[in-house]
Design a protein around this ligand. Structure first.
Ligand code: DX5
Ligand code: ZN
Length: 218
């Protein structure tokens, strides 16, 4: 049985208080924390890397760091992220030509492996071999690169298609997801919900976490 998981995107948090923000989310009911790692190459922005994740890991006992690697050479950072305490290493299928061996490398370093697809990438890129080897599939519902964008509805059918082929895998949605858009994602079969702006800009973030979670059909 799949679990409903809420993974707040810390991109929308106060980076100056990152550990405290993560702890606040966990105390508020979040299962995972979504850490957006951007390299300024795969996407135009630069955010954070292993040294910051390592500090957060040390400062927040029990944190599950869901690392979304928006980087051009995902093979390069597996060791650093594992050493920093990363729990799940999710790389973009647009960024590598050897996804199956990369999944193996991630597993060898004791992390869960995720594969991500951007809005213009079809779900068929997640072949049965790749999807079976991975622990999680991330369907981007905005173009990767920054928070606070509008949810792209045409990405939702990819979630349904992937759920039909991979009934037991975690399927995550990321980008523009909040109380008004989560229902479509959950109905399509997503059980891992990333939300940045919708949670961090709310007056009652714990209430938003609870309401997102209640929408997921498990
Ligand atoms: C976009 C990031 C997302 C983003 C989500 O490149 O991968 O995780 O921070 O933020 P919201 O929920 O504000 O769209
Ligand atoms: Zn993300």
């Amino acid at each position: 049985m799949l679990k409903a998981i809420i993974s707040p995107s810390v991109l929308a948090s106060d980076f100056g208080q990152l550990s405290a923000e993560c702890k606040r989310m966990m105390d508020g009911g979040a299962e995972w924390l979504h850490m957006d790692v951007m390299d300024g190459h795969f996407v135009p922005n630069i955010t954070m890397g292993a040294p910051i994740l390592s500090c957060v890991h040390k400062g927040v006992p029990g944190i599950f760091m869901d690392c979304h690697m928006m980087v051009s050479e995902p093979e390069k950072w597996v060791d650093d992220i594992a050493n920093a305490g990363g729990s799940l290493y999710c790389f973009h299928l647009e960024a590598t030509s050897a996804p199956t061996s990369l999944i193996q490398k991630i597993h060898d370093r004791g992390m869960k492996a995720g594969v991500a697809i951007s809005p213009d990438t079809p779900s068929s890129v997640v072949t049965n071999e790749i999807g079976s080897a991975a622990d999680m599939i991330l369907v981007m519902t905005v173009y990767p690169g920054r928070g606070g964008q509008k949810f792209i509805e045409r990405c939702v059918p990819k979630v349904s298609e992937l759920r039909a082929r991979f009934p037991d895998k975690d399927i995550e949605v990321d980008g523009g997801v909040g109380p008004t858009t989560v229902g479509k994602c959950a109905d399509a079969g997503s059980n891992v919900i990333v939300a940045g702006t919708a949670i961090f800009s709310a007056d009652d973030p714990n209430g938003v976490i609870a309401s997102l979670k209640s929408t997921v059909n498990t």
